[in-house]
Design a protein around this ligand. Structure first.
Ligand SMILES: Nc1ncnc2c1ncn2[C@@H]1O[C@H](COP(=O)(O)OP(=O)(O)OP(=O)(O)O)[C@@H](O)[C@H]1O
Ligand SMILES: [Mg+2]
Length: 269
């Protein structure tokens, strides 16, 4: 690869849904972007613009109608068997709903251990336990929670567990779809802080989805503005927030006057 810091590259991704009445929705309509190692690319846009569909295409939960994704220099969407297995562990997802993403009958330790059981079946009992304890400590919870069930925890704690499960394999890329929008703002802010902390600690790259510009402004190094299945604008966070080029971006910014958009409050590098 020409640029060795390039982690993932999407080209002309498209996904159309056929509705029961025969009409079609172009949920993702020709999206291109590079994702470099260590950055946080945030996708922001109104409800229904295609953010979740795009995230699901990236993690292969959805099959595109067209386009390509290269990940770690490989044809990710075409990867099969051993290559797929090797690449899959490097890309993990965090979902919006911390209630729906954990099985109520599964103990926390077993939920976090599932990816390990699949990808590192050779781990010995004590090695496995050490990895679980490291993962749960990294998200700020005590090891005693490993033996408990999800119903004993709040939304914020559950989201911490979901993050521990996403990180236990030490992936390079985390795709997070509205990870704080189901939480109280103060709890959400703590989760954003945690994500930032984990990023610098583990050198993570984030593909971060949110409908909220203030949330995005906290974490993103670059912002893509999505509308009706397309990126209308993509650029460094400071540039998008202080010198938006597209009228639609300006409209989004005007809707959140509390954003600190004075030039100089963000640092482009
Ligand atoms: N499985 C599906 N079948 C049919 N239509 C779908 C399906 N998934 C998404 N859509 C439609 O595709 C469009 C994009 O949806 P998507 O969920 O990706 O948007 P979003 O930006 O994530 O919205 P939100 O902010 O509400 O989460 C919407 O019009 C949605 O109704
Ligand atoms: Mg969504």
């Amino acid at each position: 690869m020409a640029n060795d810091s390039l982690l993932l590259e999407a080209r002309q991704l498209r996904k159309t849904f056929l509705l029961p009445d025969g009409s079609r929705i172009r949920a993702v309509d020709g999206v291109d972007f590079p994702l470099r190692e260590g950055e946080t690319l945030a996708v922001v846009g109104e409800s229904g613009c295609g953010k979740t569909t795009l995230a699901r295409l990236l993690v292969r939960l959805e099959t595109p109608d067209g386009g390509t994704v290269s990940f770690l220099g490989c044809n990710w969407l075409g990867a099969r068997r051993s290559q797929l297995r090797r690449l899959r562990r490097e890309m993990q997802m965090i979902f919006q709903d911390p209630y729906g993403s954990l099985d109520p009958r599964q103990r926390i330790g077993s939920a976090i251990g599932e990816p390990l059981a699949i990808h590192e079946p050779g781990l010995k009992r004590d090695e496995r336990r050490a990895r679980l304890e490291e993962a749960i400590a990294a998200v700020g919870l005590g090891r005693e929670v490993l033996d408990r069930f999800p119903h004993e925890f709040s939304g914020g704690q559950r989201q911490r567990v979901a993050i521990a499960r996403a990180l236990v394999l030490r992936p390079k890329l985390v795709v997070a779809d509205e990870p704080v929008s189901a939480l109280d703002p103060s709890i959400g802010a703590q989760i954003l802080d945690l994500l930032a902390q984990l990023q610098s600690r583990y050198g993570l790259t984030y593909f971060f989805i949110s409908h909220s510009l203030p949330v995005v402004a906290q974490l993103a190094t670059r912002i893509a503005v999505m509308r009706e299945g397309r990126f209308v604008e993509i650029g460094d966070t400071a540039q998008i927030l202080t010198h938006p080029a597209h009228p639609y971006t300006k409209t989004l910014l005007e809707a959140v006057p509390e954003l600190p958009v004075t030039p100089g409050s963000f640092h482009a590098d």
